[in-house]
Design a binder for this molecule. Structure first.
Ligand SMILES: Cc1cc2nc3c(=O)[nH]c(=O)nc-3n(C[C@H](O)[C@H](O)[C@H](O)COP(=O)(O)OP(=O)(O)OC[C@H]3O[C@@H](n4cnc5c(N)ncnc54)[C@H](O)[C@@H]3O)c2cc1C
Length: 403
């Protein structure tokens, strides 16, 4: 039996148990607040105060800079637990802790900037995010050139443009924006501070993930000094960039957590709901048991794959460049399983599941957003197919042509 958490085989030691317990505690508080923020589409400022107080915001900051230096596995564990309480808050803080873990792994930021960021996170609880999406580019993962433009100026750059889907925008004091370099093919990334020339336009009014504050951010001739340029301006692309895709596992972790909460709600409901046509609660009915079993098939399969890939990422840094198809597959399996799990949970609960008094309809709307976070399903499938075809070609070469 697992001595750390009998119900969760993925908690393997004392440190993971502590990380999970904190996320559980915060998730329970956020679950109470989630209906109001979802209804109003308001940003959960008080959740971020709690995240700050609890030390959650420094989860992935290096220990050297006063953080907890969580691995990808630990981040996934923590994020999944948090999302059981509130998907919006988990997704939003996921960008922050994911970005810091990415910077820790890649060393992509100039050292003084990264040190200052860590200090600000640890001492003041600031959050960070990268704003890359735009109306014309759609998902930045497709490689479109940003219409936001950076123009050379004395001692730095002047940036103008509009970013969409800017999660955390109500509390971002600094953030990274991507911008096309004027009169050049290059695309750079710049650290921008909120202040003159930066405006948040409250455009985020969506069916799901309504409390992520993912509004538009408008930049009007904002000055960025040379020493706050992040990448892409002078330097050529590094020949062998450090792989960082594992960090994106915070995304499936979030949707797994939402699905877990829906499953928990539905099973609990089934154990207690006993219409007067029955002598037993509906959990005893074969039809309901079958639906619960189908949820379990998806949940166990998806969690197992998610945690296995996270662990592989942590354990074998030298193989990370080969893991991209698996990482994408984890996102694909989890997101699609989560959609099915929430759907089945609602079928178990029945017509009541449509009620705004219950959390299921919010989970149903929130989990839908997973399809539109990277990597998108079609890219994942394409990567898997390409690799399979490549491997077939290599096998044919080594075994000889059989056709
Ligand atoms: C809750 C939430 C939070 C987010 N937070 C952030 C954030 O903090 N920062 C940020 O930068 N972004 C964020 N995003 C934006 C996200 O990363 C995507 O940019 C956004 O969802 C748009 O992606 P899309 O696939 O719908 O758009 P598009 O890329 O415009 O795609 C629209 C449709 O066209 C197809 N399509 C488009 N281009 C191609 C192509 N080249 N090849 C094949 N098919 C194509 C797609 O498959 C899709 O069907 C967030 C999104 C969500 C939902």
């Amino acid at each position: 039996m697992n001595p750390y958490d009998a119900a969760d085989p993925f908690i393997r030691n004392e440190r993971e148990a502590t990380i999970a317990a904190r996320a559980d505690r915060l998730g329970a508080i956020f679950a109470e607040r989630a209906p109001k923020h979802d209804l109003e589409g308001s940003f959960p400022y008080e959740n971020f105060e709690d995240l700050k107080e609890s030390g959650y915001l420094k989860l992935t900051v290096p220990q050297f800079h006063g953080g907890e230096e969580a691995s990808v596995y630990e981040m996934v564990l923590s994020q999944e637990r948090l999302a059981r309480g509130d998907g919006s808050t988990a997704l939003a803080v996921g960008w922050h802790i994911g970005q810091i873990l990415q910077l820790r792994t890649s060393g992509a930021w100039p050292t003084p900037l990264f040190e200052r960021l860590c200090k600000d996170v640890v001492a003041e609880g600031i959050v960070i995010n990268e704003l890359a999406s735009e109306p014309a580019t759609g998902s930045p993962s497709r490689g479109g050139r940003p219409e936001t433009t950076a123009v050379r100026a004395e001692g730095g750059w002047r940036i103008t443009g509009r970013k969409t889907f800017s999660t955390l925008s109500p509390i971002l004091k600094q953030f990274v924006v991507t911008a096309g370099i004027a009169d050049s093919e290059k695309v750079g990334a710049f650290l921008v501070h909120s202040g003159p020339g930066v405006k948040v336009e409250e455009t985020w009014n969506t069916m799901g993930m309504r409390a992520t504050g993912s509004h538009d951010v408008i930049l009007d001739d904002v000055f960025v000094p040379d020493d706050e340029v992040i990448r892409g301006v002078d330097d050529e692309k590094p020949m062998n960039p450090v792989p960082t895709e594992g960090i994106l596992l915070h995304i499936p972790a979030c949707y797994m957590g939402i699905a877990y909460a829906a499953r928990h709600y539905a099973i609990d409901f089934a154990r207690h709901h006993q219409p007067n046509s029955l002598q037993v609660p509906i959990a005893e009915l074969p039809n309901i048991k079958r639906q619960i079993a189908e949820i379990e098939v998806d949940l166990i399969t998806a969690r197992s794959y998610l945690y296995q890939v996270a662990d592989r990422w942590d354990q074998a840094p030298e193989q990370r460049s080969l893991l991209k198809p698996e990482l994408g597959l984890a996102k694909y399996i989890v997101t699609n399983a989560a959609l099915r799990i929430v759907d089945r949970a609602m079928r178990i609960v029945g017509g009541l599941s449509l009620s705004r008094a219950l959390p299921l309809e919010r989970m149903y709307r929130d989990v839908r957003a997973g399809l539109h976070n990277p990597p998108m399903d079609d890219i994942v499938l394409m990567n898997l197919a390409d690799r399979a075809i490549r491997e077939s070609e290599e096998t044919r070469t080594s075994l000889g042509n059989q056709h």
